[in-house]
Each structure stands twice: as C-alpha cells, then as structure tokens.
Write a protein that binds this ligand. Structure first.
Ligand SMILES: *Cc1c(COP(=O)(O)O)cnc(C)c1O
Length: 381
C-alpha cells in the first residue's frame, strides 16, 4: 500500500520540534507569552508592515479588520466570488451584506474593471459600501497596483485576505502589506502552519491596538475585569506561536520547494494542447511573484476530453488528492440570494480547473507518481 499523497500537507521538522519544546519548557503555556510577541515581530518584519496581531484563525483576523473599517448592518462589503467561504462568512458575522464580484481568467483573482464597475453601480443605487476585500487566490497577489488607487479615489478601504499568499509579492511589496489591514492564515494546509491560527497585519498601530483589545474579550486595563463593549476570544496561544516561529524560519525554503514542484509540473504538462497553468502568462509582470501555494491546471474542454472530475477520481483511485478550485460563493446555496457581479469566468474556472498536490513535503517520486497519473488521463482520447 503506497502512502497517500495529499494536496498540501503540513511539513514539520526538528526545527519546529525545538521551538515547541522550548515554549513548553519555558512555562509560558497559558495562553500568551514571549513566543507570541516574537512571532508577531518576525512576521511583521518579513512582510514589511508596522504592526501584527497573532490570532486563533485567519477568519478571526478578517472579522476584526472588517469591524475596524465599520462593516455592520445596513452596509455592504464587496468580496471576490472565487474564494474560500471564510472571506464571505466574516462579512456576515459583522451584519454587513457581502456582494460578490467575479474573476479574471488569467489567475482567477478578482477582475479589477468589474470590481470598479460594481462599486460605482452599487453607489449609484445608494448602497453604503464599508469596504472591499481582496483575495490573493492560491498564493498569487491580486492586482493591487490597479485596484488600490481606484478605491482610494473613491474613499473605500481595502482589506486584503492574504490567507493563501504569505511570501508572494507584487510591485516590490509583499502579500499582507496591502490595504488598510491584511489577514494571514496558518491553518493546517496553508503555506506555513501553526496547526490553526492567523494574523492581522497593518501599518496602522491604533487599529492593531484596538483589535488586540477586542480579541481578548474587550477587557479594560483594570484589575477588576471591566467591559464597556462586546469582545472576542481570538488570541493565538504561546505554544502555537512557537510552532509558527519554527515554520517561519523555514518559509523561504518551503516556498522554493513548492516552486520547484510547480516547475516540474509545467515542464511535463505545460506543452500539452488545451492545458494551461493558472496564473502563468507570457506577458505577466516580472515583479508579480507567487508563493506557489497550490499549482492549478485549467483544461480547455475543446482540446482535452478528460474533465477535472474524471482526473480527480482517477487520482483518488491511486491515493492521490487533487481538488477543484473554490466553488464560487454566488453559486453556494447559503449565498444564493446575495447580489453578484458575474462575468461567468469563475464558473468556467470551477468547471475546468483542478489543483494538484503542491506541498513542500512531496518527494520527487511523489511528483513523478502524480505526473504519471495525470498524463494517463490527458492522453486518453
Ligand atoms: C484559509 C482561508 C481563510 C481562513 O483562514 P482560517 O485560518 O482557516 O480561518 C480565509 N480566506 C482564504 C482565502 C483562505 O484560503
């Protein structure tokens, strides 16, 4: 029996063991401590922002960021439809209404023109827009150089959902440094992990301080537990922050490994008719570097008879995990009645795309095995 090949499995080494053991032995168990402070400082420096707040999840980071820009009942927040549900759920937690915007074909990120159109149309209809959330899909930065000035002109704050994109960059700035605030995720299958966790990043230290207070049950700085507003229990534990520090120390190596795996996929499959890799373009900006979190194929059904579903099933039969892109939010039963600005690109990507095993822990033999299985599917017909 061969071992299962996962889509994006967490990879931990003795480096992480040392950090976690150190935290356990330091006595800083419950719940904050020096590893939390150090983890925040190290991530802030890596990304290039002034402030960081370690939290229990990326979703918590999004929730707090949205509260800080005033998202709430009676207001709307624009969200890319091609994303994980957490982005839209966080909007709903605040009481605001998510309005979905479709993708551009090249990388699945939000279509900048459609986004600007949607903002202007909503405003013309009298909508009160609290914020726009951008998502860096599968580790590739959204088009911030185009979108940030357009939103600034309109006085709309941008929140960056960088849950998938730590280590990526565009225009010389790293993912997590764009907009009023950004959210990172350290969930189990992300580019690096704390087993579960997230971080809020911002250059606005007042925003970070307020979110720090909200994330610790909005406890006033007095001894007798005084509360003047509703807070949350959203902090990351010191033990998990230690794991995060170990992962961060190896992040660039893990990204390099993911990049090497992608290059092998591209080399083997990129020349096949009807096969393209999401986010790879001949005309792309050279300063748009993705972190290779997931490598995603898009198949042209006119040229390739195998469908993503067929390939995913064939791989599953060989104990290899592959999966479709995120199912667009405006097609999800829970958001069926939400407003959406669609150009049907996201639906097409959902129907014709699949992500291949991309984790940094994959061996060359694992990648060979995936390639053999995918090639067998693509050659049929
Ligand atoms: C993983 C993810 C999140 C949520 O992060 P958690 O840490 O799991 O809460 C949010 N947005 C996107 C785009 C994600 O991929």
């Amino acid at each position: 029996m061969t071992t299962r090949i996962y889509l994006s499995k967490a990879e931990v080494t003795e480096v992480e063991e040392k950090f976690v053991l150190g935290a356990l032995r330091s006595g800083w168990i419950a719940p904050l401590g020096p590893d939390v402070d150090a983890f925040e400082a190290e991530v802030a420096e890596y990304v290039g922002v002034q402030g960081a707040l370690a939290l229990s999840s990326g979703t918590a980071a999004l929730h707090l960021a949205l509260l800080e820009v005033g998202a709430g009942p009676g207001r709307v927040v624009l969200v890319p439809t091609m994303t994980f549900a957490a982005t839209a759920n966080a909007v709903v937690y605040t009481g605001a209404e998510p309005v979905f915007v479709d993708s551009q074909a090249v990388d699945g990120n939000v279509d900048p023109q459609l986004l600007v159109q949607a903002v202007d149309l909503l405003r013309a209809q009298g909508a009160d827009i609290a914020a726009v959330v951008m998502v860096d899909l599968f580790g590739r930065c959204a088009d911030y150089p185009e979108i940030l000035p357009a939103m600034q002109e309109r006085g709309i704050p941008v929140i960056s959902d960088a849950a998938e994109s730590l280590g990526a960059a565009i225009g010389g700035h790293r993912a997590g440094s764009f907009g009023r605030a950004a959210a990172l995720s350290f969930n189990g299958n992300k580019i690096m992990t704390t087993s579960g966790g997230g971080m809020l990043l911002s250059d606005d230290l007042d925003l970070i301080a307020r979110c720090r207070y909200l994330s610790t049950q909005a406890r006033q700085p007095v001894v007798h537990y005084e509360h003047t507003e509703i807070g949350y229990n959203y902090r990351l534990s010191n033990i998990l922050a230690a794991l995060g520090r170990g992962q961060l120390s190896r992040l660039d190596c893990m990204i390099e490994r993911r990049r090497a795996i992608r290059e092998r996929y591209v080399e083997a499959l990129g020349h096949l008719p009807g096969v393209r890799f999401l986010g790879r373009t001949a005309s792309g900006r050279s300063d748009h570097a993705d972190n290779c979190w997931l490598t995603t194929l898009v198949l042209d059904p006119r040229l390739v008879s195998a469908t993503p579903t067929m390939i995913i099933e064939a791989l599953a039969a060989q104990n290899i995990e592959a999966r479709p892109l995120w199912k667009p939010m405006h097609l999800q039963p829970v958001f069926l009645h939400a407003r959406a600005y669609s150009n049907s690109v996201s639906i097409r990507l959902f129907q014709t795309g699949l992500s291949l095993p991309s984790g940094s822990g994959l061996s060359d033999d694992d990648v060979d095995q995936v390639l053999l299985a995918v090639e067998a599917c693509l050659k049929v017909g």
